[in-house]
Design a protein around this ligand. Structure first.
Ligand code: CMP
Length: 140
């Protein structure tokens, strides 16, 4: 299996409830390594760029507002098959459909306030990592 990197965000609903450590524990228990991590207040401009793929969706404005409403923790995760593995660990976008033991089942509040984001493809992982980290920030 190939070692990969994926991009993760611990979202405002989770940082507000002081869940960064609890979520990181699930990530690490699943065998993923946190090789870069920074707590930031995402600007609306950054959130608009990050979620540009959703700009025609009815929830886009709400999503941009929510992502810049409180601190987020941006991360790079590394491990075997990290992209698919982290999506499994996160669970379904809608927490009502998420499997037991997943981050979203355990912590998410709703489809919008779903506690974490993870890249969905190698190309998106590379682009998302590059939006928030440069090479020297990532120490594997
Ligand atoms: P994420 O994995 O970060 O990718 C896009 C985000 O849009 C998603 O998680 C949700 O937070 C949000 N989202 C997706 N669908 C909806 C929806 N129907 N209503 C509100 N937010 C949504």
């Amino acid at each position: 299996m190939a070692t990969e990197r994926t991009f993760s965000i611990i979202k405002p609903d989770a940082t507000r409830r002081n869940l960064t450590g609890a979520i990181n524990a699930v990530i690490e228990k699943a065998g993923l390594r946190i090789v870069a991590q920074r707590r930031i207040l995402m600007t609306q401009a950054e959130a608009k760029i990050f979620y540009a793929v959703h700009k025609e969706r009815p929830f886009y404005g709400e999503l941009v507002e929510m992502m810049s409403s409180a601190p987020v923790v941006v991360q790079v995760l590394e491990g075997d098959n990290a992209i698919a593995k982290y999506r499994e660990v996160m669970g379904a976008t809608n927490p009502a459909n998420a499997a037991e033991g997943t981050i979203r089942k355990s912590f998410a509040l709703s489809m919008g306030e779903n506690s974490v984001h993870g890249s969905d493809s190698p190309d998106n992982a590379a682009a998302e990592i590059a939006q928030f980290f440069c090479g020297n920030d990532i120490v594997g």
